[in-house]
Design a protein around this ligand. Structure first.
Ligand code: UDX
Length: 436
């Protein structure tokens, strides 16, 4: 079976590589020649554990190819996966222009019957339109069907999540399409849930928004814990033993970021509104998250007269550990506020620095200034205040005494609840975290 994959971001590239790993002949298509050349050499454009190893292995075995020439890739493919981005529009709706572009290219190039499988997260009903769109633009007399196959991988564990997914969701409108996808996924030996196309599209949003809601709920409870003198870490621990609640996604902090939760909560809110329905739970989740992102800064603002000229250590920039991605990272909102308030920021992140430099270049920004350093120690050296935004292992592992030893004033605002308040107190560090 010949597979083509459109888009080589987290979704497309990881899917392509994993299908090759299962023995299929896969061609990944991207518009950027430079990126394609890199991938041919076994270099991944994204940082994902285990991805480059699998790319190199399958490149060498001749099962995995990369091209900018979509005609060659789609022409005789049996299955074409679409894994291009659906970024957020200013009004919160999903931007479907990349999906439309690929659909048009597919329609104009396929020379044999094929199944188009949409992995990108798209508003419910989009795949009906994708199918119609492709059929409208078909050049050759062939049969094209569209299936939905949402992706549940999390960044940082993308390869593992794909090869060991909790389930595969397939949404189809015909027995043939369902059978083909069942066959395609058989080598993965994972549970397959087969539903109608619109239900599959909805499952993806329902899952992401449920998890986002869970986090916002914990953040809301954490804020209340602060007011009533309870400790959110203990509260979460107590909750986690109830299997109906589950132990994961109970960590309160500075709010969720990344390429999915922020976008998918807004998109579902938008979709509901379009249908004349107000999705109040998700609306509340978005609102709580937006306020949560800058809560730490607000706390610090209450404590300081001014940030002007303060050496401000920032530990962690990415939206979570294990990735170099900064999309919707709470650090961005906080850095903007800190720089506008005149802080001299010294940031450390083991993987996110290069991407951060594109957003906040080194030098003067607004009233403050931006610097990047290569170690926790350099960031802390002589600092007046420290913010923790990401739970990287090397940041988690900092001994409380180190803050005291290196900082000018050992004052720490921790958005990830990484340290024990008692230990920080014993080490003479003034410490603020979330919900305790
Ligand atoms: C998420 C979903 O987990 C994945 O299934 C989907 O396909 C894409 O979106 P991802 O965005 O990569 O994956 O990261 P995830 O680990 O889910 O974290 C999302 C955000 O929530 C991060 O900012 C993280 O720090 C935050 N989070 C997560 C919390 O604040 N508390 C938690 O308990 C868990």
């Amino acid at each position: 079976m010949k597979i083509a994959v459109a888009g080589t971001g987290y979704v497309g590239l990881v899917a392509g590589v994993c299908f090759a790993e299962k023995g299929y002949h896969v061609t990944c298509v991207d518009i950027e020649e430079k990126k394609v050349e890199m991938m041919r050499q076994g270099i991944s454009p994204i940082y994902e554990e285990g991805l480059e190893e699998l790319m190199q292995k399958n490149n060498a075995l001749g099962r995995l190819h990369y091209t900018t020439d979509y005609v060659k890739a789609y022409r005789d493919a049996d299955v074409i996966f679409i894994g291009v981005g659906t970024p957020e529009m200013p009004d919160g709706s999903a931007n479907l222009s990349y999906i439309a572009e690929v659909s048009r290219q597919i329609a104009e190039t396929v020379e044999k019957d094929c199944l188009v499988v949409v992995k990108s997260t798209v508003p419910v009903g989009t795949n009906d339109k994708v199918e119609q769109f492709i059929r409208d633009f078909l050049v050759h007399d062939v049969k094209v069907e569209v299936a939905s196959n949402p992706e549940f991988l999390a960044q940082g564990t993308a390869v593992y999540d794909t090869l060991h997914a909790a389930r595969i969701i397939i949404g189809t409108e015909s027995k043939e399409a369902e059978a083909l996808l069942q066959k395609l996924y058989a080598p993965f030996e994972l549970p397959i849930v087969s539903v109608k196309r619109r239900s599959a599209e909805m499952i993806k949003y329902a899952c992401n928004d449920f998890l986002a809601l869970k986090i916002s709920y914990m953040n809301d409870i954490a804020n209340l814990c602060e007011l009533v003198g309870a400790d959110i870490t203990d509260v979460a621990k107590g909750m986690s033993y109830d299997e109906r609640i589950g132990a994961r996604f109970l960590n309160a902090g500075i709010g969720f970021g990344g390429s999915c939760f922020p976008k998918d909560t807004k998109a579902l809110k938008f979709l509901a509104k379009e249908h004349g329905y107000s999705l109040k739970t998700v609306e509340a989740c978005v609102e709580v998250n937006s306020a949560q992102k800058t809560r730490l800064f607000e706390k610090a603002k209450e404590r300081m007269i001014s940030f002007a000229g303060l050496k401000t250590a920032v530990l962690g920039l990415t939206f979570k550990s294990g990735t170099d991605d900064l999309r919707e990272a709470p650090s961005i909102d906080n850095l903007k506020l800190l720089l506008a308030a005149g802080a001299d920021v010294y940031a450390y992140d083991p993987k996110g620095t290069e991407r951060a430099k594109q957003l906040f270049p080194v030098g003067k920004i607004e009233k403050g200034s931006m610097h990047y350093v290569d170690s926790v120690e350099e960031a802390l050296e002589g600092a007046h205040i420290c913010f923790v935004f990401t739970e990287w292992q090397e940041i988690k592992g900092i001994a409380p005494e180190k803050f005291k030893e290196y900082m000018h004033t050992p004052l720490v605002y921790d958005g990830r609840n990484l340290y024990a308040p008692v230990q920080m107190k014993d080490a003479d560090v003034e410490y603020y975290s979330i919900g305790r």
